[in-house]
Design a protein around this ligand. Structure first.
Ligand SMILES: Cc1cc2nc3c(=O)[nH]c(=O)nc-3n(C[C@H](O)[C@H](O)[C@H](O)COP(=O)(O)OP(=O)(O)OC[C@H]3O[C@@H](n4cnc5c(N)ncnc54)[C@H](O)[C@@H]3O)c2cc1C
Length: 311
């Protein structure tokens, strides 16, 4: 059978699209390897509108429950499946997953992003031996120890906030003197007595034996030149940004230099007819849960009109 629409992803964008597809009775397949998206690691999301505070894992469950409650026989949900290739032949798209192959008339890509890895000497060697990418998962392992967070965005400061509950001290290294995280979060985190922020600190090497024992970073002192500093510590939490999950579509749609799918912001349509994208995998300027959800709704309105015009 040929579906009207395939939605790829089960984060806020994918699930919002799924709910609207059900309301519009578009014969849809939603394919996702899991529900909830990136923020399932977060212990407290405080800006999901209508909900003052919710953990990431509860948000994931709420999204899945909402979709299942309205899916009926309209939205076919395939979870635990990963899309590996997306192609277009004449007027139809073919989606190949690790388990199946599907034919669809339109596609909404809502596959979000994954964490960017640290790329300096020692980073690969010590991954899972003191270097980690998830404060809420691994924070308790570093109870009573000195730890470092790399990255001064919201994810970095959120990680620091979580680690302060266990660690002896948390030092956050930010490569420039501009902090990208929300001022309210920064203020709250920096008010903790065990928290330290070092600006203009560029990590250059991770040292250790069996496990991480120190990070070396480069500073640019006001007197000029560069100065290397070795900071002894037990754990490094990396929060240096995200890479859009779009490689399965790169033979179909031209990605920008950040591997994002360029879209028309008025309707989320890509340059490929019949292909839309929403959320963190797009070139939208800002990425948040609410934006991902809203973008997907916008896309669904457009997909609905497109499909009806073609009938
Ligand atoms: C630690 C952390 C905390 C955050 N806290 C907040 C916050 O407090 N407030 C806020 O607004 N934003 C927050 N964000 C940002 C927010 O999580 C993202 O903007 C949002 O998740 C983007 O939603 P999305 O649906 O576009 O993508 P994602 O949430 O990344 O979802 C992508 C989905 O696609 C699936 N997927 C990916 N690739 C494939 C594939 N090949 N095949 C099948 N399925 C696939 C994934 O399993 C996932 O379900 C946070 C991010 C992080 C990392």
């Amino acid at each position: 059978m040929t579906y009207d629409l395939a939605i790829i992803g089960g984060g806020p964008a994918g699930v919002s699209a799924g709910v609207y597809a059900a309301r519009k009775r578009l014969k849809t397949i939603l394919i996702t390897d899991s529900f909830g998206g990136q923020s399932v690691d977060s212990v407290g999301i405080e800006n999901w509108i209508g909900t003052p505070k919710i953990s990431g894992s509860d948000l994931g469950k709420a999204l899945e429950n909402h979709l299942r409650a309205v899916a009926s026989d309209v939205v076919d949900i395939k979870t635990g499946e990963k899309v590996e290739k997306l192609s277009k032949n004449n007027k139809q798209f073919t989606i190949e997953t690790n388990k199946n192959k599907y034919e669809v008339r339109t596609v909404l890509v809502a596959t979000g992003s994954t964490r960017r890895k640290l790329d300096i000497p020692g980073a690969k060697e010590f991954e899972s031996k003191g270097i980690t990418y998830c404060a809420s998962c691994d924070g308790p392992l570093f109870a009573g120890q000195d730890v470092v967070v790399i990255g001064g965005g919201n994810a970095g400061f959120e990680s620091a906030a979580q680690l302060l509950a266990y660690a002896k001290s948390v030092t956050l290294l930010n490569r420039s003197d501009v902090i990208k995280a929300d001022p309210s979060t920064v203020e709250k985190v920096l008010s903790h007595p065990n928290m330290k922020l070092i600006k203009n600190a560029v990590p250059v090497e991770i040292r250790g034996d069996q496990f991480v024992s120190a990070i070396v970073y480069e500073m640019s002192p006001p007197t000029g030149g560069k100065e290397k500093v070795e900071l002894p510590m037990a754990g490094i939490f990396v929060e240096i940004g995200l890479i859009p999950t779009t490689s399965f579509a790169e033979n179909l749609v031209k990605l920008n230099e950040h591997k994002q799918i360029p879209v028309n912001p008025t309707n989320q349509m890509s340059e490929v007819e019949g292909l839309w994208a929403a959320g963190d995998c797009t070139d939208g300027l800002y990425h948040h849960n609410n934006i991902a959800s809203g973008d997907a709704v916008k896309a669904l309105e457009d997909i609905y009109l497109y499909l009806h015009a073609k009938k």
